[in-house]
Design a protein around this ligand. Structure first.
Ligand code: A3P
Length: 318
C-alpha cells in the first residue's frame, strides 16, 4: 500500500512570507515551477477551498462517488491525501502534490487546491476543468483555522486566539485573506460555468441534497441507494473514526493539541468569540464584503435539536 512511513517532524513551524501578493509558507511554494506548469487532463476535477472550509469532506464525497463502488479495497488502505493530491503541497514527508498527481492511474484525477483563483495553473482553465469550490462562513472558518495552526507543524504558529483573529482579519494567513479567496472564486463562478460553489453550512444541514447537486453537476447517474450510502459514510462521526480520512496517519499534526476532525459544527464560533471580538469582526466583515453578492450563514437553525442526524433520520437515511 502507498501509506507512507511518516515519522519525521519538521523542526519548527514555518514563517509566513509574501508570494505574488498572497501570504504563504514555503511548503506551498517550493515546488512552484511544477505547479505553475502542471498539465491538467480534460477530465481532471479540482476541489478548491480556503483551508478549513470542508476540503477533506468534499474530497471524500467525490472519491466515493467516483471510486467507492469499484475500489473499496483502496479506500480502506490509502489515506485521502494520497488519493486526492494536494496540488501545491511539497511537504517532503510524502511525495509532492504534482508527483502524486502524475503517478495516479485512477481516472478522473481528483485534485485539491487551496490556491486563490488568480494563482490556479492556467492549464486547468485551458482544459475547462470541472471545479468544486467549497466555502465556509468566516467565523467558523477562523476558529477552525486557529486550532489547525495550533496542531500542525507545517503551519505558522498562531499565537493566542485574539492574536490569530487579528491576523485573520488582516489576511495574514497561509493562502491569504479569507475575504479575497471566497470573493475571487465567487466572481469566477459568474463567468466560468464548470464551477459549482458549495457552502459548508448547506453540507451540514442537508448532506444528501448537496451530494445530489454534486452528482448532477458532475454528470453522474449514481443511484439513490448509492447516494444514501455515501451520505451516511461521510457524516462527521464516521469520518472521524475512519483512519483514511481523519489524518491520524500524518505525523506533522499533533492530535493531543487538537484533532483534525475537531467539531464539524456550524455556529461553534460563539464559544470562541467574545462580544467585543464579534463586534469588531462584523465591522471588518462589512467593509471587506461590501462589493460582493455572496452570502454566508453563521448559524443554522436546527443544530440544537440534533443537526444532521435529524435531517437524515427524517429522510429515512439512518
Ligand atoms: P472544525 O475544525 O470546525 O471541526 P478541511 O478539510 O478543509 O481542512 O476542513 C476541516 C474542517 O471540516 C474541520 O472543522 C472538520 O472537523 C470539518 N469536517 C471534516 N469532515 C466533516 C464532516 N464529515 N462533517 C462536518 N464537518 C467536517
Amino acid at each position: 500500500a502507498l501509506v507512507p512511513e511518516l515519522n519525521m517532524k519538521p523542526p519548527s513551524q514555518p514563517e509566513l512570507f509574501d508570494f505574488e501578493g498572497v501570504s504563504m509558507v514555503h511548503y506551498f511554494t517550493d515546488n512552484w515551477e511544477k505547479v505553475k506548469n502542471f498539465q491538467a487532463r480534460p477530465d481532471d476535477i479540482i476541489i478548491a477551498t480556503y483551508p478549513k472550509a470542508g476540503t477533506t469532506w468534499v474530497s471524500y464525497i467525490l472519491d466515493l462517488l467516483y471510486f467507492g463502488k469499484d475500489d473499496p479495497e483502496c479506500q480502506s488502505s490509502q489515506p485521502i491525501y494520497m488519493r486526492v493530491p494536494f496540488l501545491e503541497s511539497c511537504f517532503k514527508v510524502i511525495p509532492s502534490g504534482t508527483e502524486l498527481a502524475d503517478n495516479l492511474t485512477t481516472s478522473p484525477l481528483l485534485i485539491k487546491t487551496h490556491l486563490p483563483v488568480q494563482l490556479v495553473p492556467k492549464s486547468f482553465w485551458e482544459q475547462n476543468s470541472k471545479i468544486v469550490y467549497v466555502a465556509r462562513n468566516a467565523k467558523d472558518n477562523a476558529v477552525s483555522y486557529f486550532h489547525f495552526d495550533r496542531m500542525n507543524m507545517a503551519q505558522p504558529a498562531p499565537g493566542d486566539w485574539n492574536t490569530f483573529l487579528q491576523k485573520f482579519m488582516e489576511g495574514k494567513n497561509v493562502f491569504g485573506p479569507w475575504y479575497d479567496h471566497v470573493n475571487g472564486w465567487w466572481e469566477k463562478k459568474q463567468t466560468y460555468s464548470n464551477l459549482i460553489y458549495l457552502f459548508y453550512e448547506d453540507l451540514v444541514e442537508d448532506t444528501g441534497h448537496e451530494v445530489e447537486r454534486l452528482c448532477s453537476f458532475l454528470g453522474l447517474s449514481t443511484s439513490v441507494e448509492e447516494r444514501e450510502k455515501i451520505t451516511k459514510g461521510v457524516q462527521f462521526d464516521a469520518m472521524k473514526q475512519n483512519k483514511m480520512t481523519n489524518y491520524s496517519t500524518i505525523p506533522v499534526m499533533d492530535f493531543k493539541t487538537s484533532p483534525f476532525m475537531r467539531k464539524g459544527k456550524v455556529g461553534d464560533w460563539k464559544s470562541n468569540f467574545t462580544v467585543a471580538q464579534n463586534e469588531q469582526f462584523d465591522e471588518v466583515y462589512k467593509q471587506k464584503m461590501k462589493n460582493t453578492t455572496v452570502k454566508f450563514r453563521t448559524e443554522i437553525s436546527y443544530l440544537s435539536s440534533g443537526g444532521c442526524t435529524r435531517v437524515l433520520a427524517k429522510k429515512g437515511y439512518i
